[in-house]
Design a protein around this ligand. Structure first.
Ligand SMILES: Nc1ncnc2c1ncn2[C@@H]1O[C@H](COP(=O)(O)OP(=O)(O)OP(=O)(O)O)[C@@H](O)[C@H]1O
Length: 258
């Protein structure tokens, strides 16, 4: 279980002497084990910042973060990763000189048979034969790197997997595949929890719980059945938690007939 208690994150205002801007504003949230939670809300609402605070990439100004009873507010990224929190970046890093297979093995913490690598890559819509020996460098497109990072998360299988806009930059065919993958994880998960930051209706529809974040505060939160109708996807009425337009899906020229 992850507990965020009165979390505040402030940054200095540029040019101001002691002025600060509050990005996360006294936010408290509990994510139970085995839940599929989608965090959504308008651009700039603080979703990525919240994920970075959970992962330890940013340090909160005040408040605390407790994971499975342990206070991890000041724990390092590595310590949090060891405790079982995994984070898929909105814009993943590239690793020059590192082959895709090696990256998957590092994530899994063991050597992986090719068959298992194939499965992880297939789940994100990538053909193993074409990618396993590729380097995770600039030669890969943004969408390919994104999908490889999601595959590494699948290989790592953390207790709590946090994905920041997994749909961003991913072509429509792979988005379909990815949605299926998240649905499968959702159906077969045990006590592992998934947190996805997303603007996509089809991902939001998979959630057990939906959290709407605006101006660093929880504007609305609850089970999918209660929150989804308020999002106004069908009538675009935008009652309740108003969203911006969903992230555009970019078409990339990746061969998908593997
Ligand atoms: N270190 C920082 N210094 C200054 N401003 C910051 C910093 N980190 C975040 N912000 C600002 O805080 C706000 C929230 O950013 P964040 O990336 O968390 O939003 P988001 O909800 O993930 O948005 P999006 O949907 O566009 O990805 C934005 O206005 C951003 O510019």
């Amino acid at each position: 279980m992850l507990e965020l208690k009165n979390l505040v994150f402030e940054v200095p205002v540029e040019g101001g002497v002691s002025e600060t801007k509050r990005i996360i504003d006294d936010l408290s949230l509990t994510i139970e084990d085995g839940r599929f939670t989608v965090i959504t809300g308008p651009n700039g609402g603080g979703k990525s910042t919240l994920a970075k605070l959970i992962m330890g990439i940013e340090q909160p100004t005040s408040g605390s973060i407790v994971f499975n009873g342990q206070d991890i507010t000041h724990a390092s990224i590595t310590e949090r990763a060891k405790l079982g929190i995994g984070y898929g970046f909105q814009q993943p890093a590239r690793f020059k000189g590192m082959k895709v297979k090696k990256l998957l093995e590092l994530a899994a913490g063991k050597r992986l048979p090719a068959l298992e690598c194939n499965e992880y890559l297939a789940k994100v819509g990538l053909c193993s034969a074409a990618y396993l020996t590729r380097e995770v460098d600039k030669s890969l497109s943004g969408g390919e790197v994104k999908r490889i990072e999601i595959a590494t998360m699948l290989a790592r299988d953390p207790k709590m997997a946090i994905y920041d806009e997994p749909e961003a930059g991913i072509d429509l065919w792979s988005f379909d595949r990815l949605t299926e993958t998240f649905r499968d994880i959702h159906e077969t998960r045990d006590d592992r929890s998934i947190v996805i930051i997303s603007h996509q209706e089809r991902i939001i529809q998979l959630a057990d719980d939906i959290v709407c974040l605006r101006d660093g505060r929880i504007q609305d939160m609850g089970p999918r059945e209660e929150i989804l109708p308020k999002l106004g996807f069908t009538d675009r009425g935008f009652h309740g938690c108003q969203l911006t337009q969903p992230t555009e899906l970019h078409l990339t020229e990746i061969s998908t007939n593997c």
